[in-house]
Design a protein around this ligand. Structure first.
Ligand SMILES: *Cc1c(COP(=O)(O)O)cnc(C)c1O
Length: 388
């Protein structure tokens, strides 16, 4: 008999009842150290007092109002995003997938309004852009698309790291390129800064719009507010979600004035996107992350963790191959099945997340304390020892 929850997930047999900072408590009272953060969502940890206050304050006043009216919380969040990024404008969604939908629509509409028939979007193998029709067409993997055809047309895919194929594919009929500066689901694969720069130059040469998917790698995860800042480039369109709501469903598409020029009144919409509850939380997340000490502290923690993980890999050469990633978005490339290591972590009461390419993802809250970081490394070590 089919379970009452559609069985699309292989769930671990753990249920959590509450959380605090980097810790989650299971219903049986067991405490787990959370190195998954809801897949990079709980960027400020669980039950952050300022986010709880922002949400509950707003909940007592107004939950929902249509986008037919002014939404001051949404305005404030848009202003903050415009102030702190390349963007001139923002549209709010409830998820990363919806951000992908709009990014694709925006890019195609741009070319339509120019009177040029460009619609093709170039994406990369191993990418993840969500589970909608545009999202799975963009990712293109057999695993995500099998049985769901006919797929949304107009996407082509390039191998990660194949520069020659990239040069050949980017010509004057491509509408946009979509890429994650650090692939998340694909196995914590960063695109080197030089390659992101090169990609930006290729886009500029052919007038192609550059869409960055920073749903997982954005919002402070790599130690900059957005990962592309490390490469010193800026996209035309960017997808944001996960960390921006700190656990409340919220996403956004940010864009330059030029890239957004096709999107006039009536061209797109959302019932819930940009609602007062989500935006009140988003505003607080942005205020916390853009305070002067926040990102330097993330970079310091990231450097400590990276160093500890290099040591861990060196002392368990049969379990791990190498560490990779950026900031607090790190991956352990495994020599045993990554899923086995994640399970061994559960036994040590440590939560990690498997990814593609046999990688275990480490995505702690950006606010994690030094003691919790050290404790997590001890538990990773214990899990590796137990597996050996
Ligand atoms: C999670 C994710 C998405 C999809 O976001 P949802 O909120 O699950 O719809 C898109 N792109 C990337 C890079 C992601 O990590």
């Amino acid at each position: 008999m089919i379970p009452s929850i559609l069985p699309t997930y292989n769930r671990a047999p753990i249920a959590f009842s509450h959380g605090e900072g980097a810790w989650l408590s299971a219903e049986d009272g067991t405490r787990y150290l959370d190195f998954g953060a809801g897949i990079a969502v709980n960027a400020l940890g669980h039950a952050h007092p300022e986010l709880v206050a922002a949400l509950t304050d707003q909940a007592g006043k107004l939950w929902h109002v249509s986008n037919l009216y002014q939404v001051p919380q949404q305005q404030r969040l848009a202003d903050l995003l415009v102030e702190h990024t390349f963007a001139d404008t923002a549209f709010f969604t409830n998820s990363g997938t919806e951000a992908c939908e709009l990014a694709v629509k925006m890019a195609r509409k741009y070319w339509f309004e120019k009177g040029e028939g460009r619609s093709r979007i170039v994406a990369f193998e191993g990418s993840f852009h969500g589970r909608s029709s545009a999202g799975i067409a963009a990712a293109g993997s057999e695993k995500m698309t099998r049985g769901f055809g006919p797929l949304l047309p107009g996407f082509s895919h390039l191998r990660w790291g194949d520069h020659d194929a990239l040069e050949a594919a980017l010509d004057d009929d491509v509408a946009a390129v979509i890429v994650e500066p650090v692939q998340g689901e694909g196995g914590i694969r960063p695109m080197p800064d030089a390659c992101l720069k090169g990609l930006r130059e290729l886009c500029d040469r052919h007038g192609i719009l550059m869409i960055l998917d920073e749903v997982q790698c954005g919002m402070g995860r790599t130690g900059k507010l957005f990962a592309h800042e490390w490469a010193g480039i800026a996209p035309d369109i960017m997808m944001v979600a996960k960390g921006i709501g700190g656990g409340f469903p919220l996403g956004a598409v940010l864009a330059t004035e030029n890239a957004a020029s096709g999107m006039g009144a009536g061209s797109h919409g959302s019932t819930y996107g940009g609602n007062p509850l989500a935006c009140a939380v988003g505003v607080r997340v942005m205020e916390i992350m853009t305070a002067p000490d926040f990102l330097p502290a993330v970079r310091r923690r990231a450097a400590d963790l990276r160093q500890a993980l290099e040591g861990l890999v060196a002392s368990h050469p049969d379990i791990f191959d190498h560490v990779r990633g950026s900031g607090l978005m790190l991956g352990l490339k495994c020599r045993v099945p990554a899923a086995d290591f994640v399970k061994a972590g559960y036994s040590e009461h440590l939560l990690t997340v498997p990814a593609g390419d046999n990688v275990v993802r480490l995505l702690p809250p950006l606010t994690i304390g030094d003691d919790d970081l050290a404790e997590a490394v001890r538990r990773l070590d214990a899990a590796a020892t137990a597996l050996a």
